[in-house]
Design a protein around this ligand. Structure first.
Ligand code: SF4
Length: 307
C-alpha cells in the first residue's frame, strides 16, 4: 500500500525506505528513522541516516492521515525502521493503541527488531506490547557462528540471540528470523551452515527467511571483496551451504526464500517439506554444471546492487 507516494504525500507522511517483501500489502508506519546500531559490515541500508526516534505526536499525525483514507481497509501494519523496539515501551503502546483505534480491522502489526534489544527488554514489557497489538518481529540472525557474528559486527552472540528469540516467543510473538547465505564467504561456509542450524534449532522460530549475500556498494564487505580480503561464496558453495542448513534443521518453522537475492526458491514447512527442499537444491546443483541459462540466472543475481 504505497500511501506515502500517493494521496498522503502533501501531508508529509514519512515513508520508510525498507520493508520485508511479506509486508507489501501493509500500511507502513515509520516510528524511528535509521538504525541505532548501524555497524554490520554487510549492511548499507541506513548508512547515511542518523538514527532518531520520531516524536509520538508526529507519528499519531501520520496515523490520522492514513486513517482518513484507509481506516476500513488496513488489515496489516509494518513498523519501521530497523529497530523501533528501542523506543520507550509506554510510547510504543500509545502508538499501537492509536493504530488499533484508527484501523478497527487490523489483524497483524509487525516490526523489525534487533535481537540484542529483545534480549535486554524485560519480558513484562514485551508482553505489554503484545497485549497492545504488536504481533510479529522480524529479526536478523544472519549466522549462528560466534566467530562470524563477531567479524561481521552484528553486536550479538549466539547465546544472546537465542535468549532474545525465546523471550519473544514466550511473550506470545510470532518470530521471523533472517539468515544470510554466503556470509562466511568461500572459506567458512560449513561453519556458518552448521552453527546457523544449531541456533535455529534452539529457538524453533515460526519463520526462517533466507537471503543471499550479494555485497552492496557502501557496505564494508563490498569494499573488502573489491580489495581481495573477502572471497564471495561461489554459486555451488551457496547451494551446498543451504543444503547443509536444511539437512541439519530440527524445527517446525516455515522456511521461505522470499527475496530477490536468492539463487533458487527453496520453500516449505519443516519437517515435512525437507525432502522436497533438498531435492530442489540437488537438482540445481546438478544442473548448474551444464545449463548455461541457469548459470546466467545466477549471474544476474550477482549483479544486484540496489537491494
Ligand atoms: S543489518 Fe540491521 S542491525 Fe545491522 S546495521 Fe543493518 S539495519 Fe542495522
Amino acid at each position: 500500500m504505497a500511501i506515502g507516494r500517493l494521496r498522503l504525500k502533501k501531508k508529509a507522511y514519512d515513508f520508510p525506505p525498507y520493508r520485508p517483501p511479506s509486508e507489501a500489502g501493509s500500511l507502513l508506519l515509520r516510528v524511528t528513522r535509521g538504525c541505532p546500531w548501524n555497524k554490520c559490515t554487510f549492511c548499507s541500508m541506513y548508512r547515511n541516516l542518523v538514527f532518531e526516534r520520531r516524536p509520538v505526536n508526529e507519528i499519531k499525525d501520520d496515523i490520522a492521515s492514513a486513517g482518513e483514507h484507509y481506516s476500513e481497509t488496513v488489515k496489516t501494519v509494518f513498523i519501521a525502521d530497523s529497530n523501533s523496539l528501542i523506543v520507550r515501551t509506554d510510547n510504543f503502546i500509545e502508538i499501537l493503541e492509536h493504530l488499533r483505534k484508527t484501523f478497527p480491522y487490523i489483524e497483524r502489526i509487525t516490526s523489525y527488531a534487533r535481537a540484542k534489544t529483545l534480549q535486554k527488554k524485560p519480558l513484562e514489557d514485551l508482553k505489554s506490547l503484545r497485549q497492545a497489538g504488536l504481533t510479529r518481529f522480524h529479526v536478523g540472525l544472519e549466522t549462528g557462528s560466534a566467530d562470524l557474528l563477531r567479524d561481521i559486527r552484528k553486536g550479538i552472540t549466539p547465546d544472546e540471540f537465542v535468549e532474545g528469540g525465546i523471550k519473544a516467543k514466550t511473550a506470545g510473538f510470532e518470530l521471523s528470523v533472517y539468515i544470510l547465505l554466503g556470509i562466511g564467504g568461500e572459506e567458512r561456509w560449513s561453519e556458518h551452515a552448521r552453527d546457523t542450524a544449531s541456533v535455529l534449532n534452539l529457538i524453533d522460530p515460526h519463520f526462517i527467511r533466507v537471503r543471499t549475500l550479494q555485497p552492496q556498494p557502501g557496505s564494508e564487505i563490498y569494499k573488502n571483496m573489491k580489495e581481495g580480503k573477502f572471497r564471495k561464496a561461489s554459486h555451488e558453495t551457496a547451494l551446498k551451504e543451504q543444503k547443509m542448513i536444511v539437512e541439519n534443521l530440527r524445527v517446525t518453522s516455515q522456511y521461505l526464500s522470499d527475496h530477490i537475492s536468492n539463487y533458487i526458491p527453496v520453500n516449505g514447512k519443516f519437517p515435512e517439506s525437507r525432502a522436497a527442499m533438498l531435492k530442489t537444491i540437488d537438482e540445481n546443483l546438478k544442473e548448474l554444471e551444464n545449463n548455461p541459462d541457469l548459470l546466467q540466472k545466477f549471474m544476474n543475481k550477482d549483479r544486484l546492487n540496489s537491494l
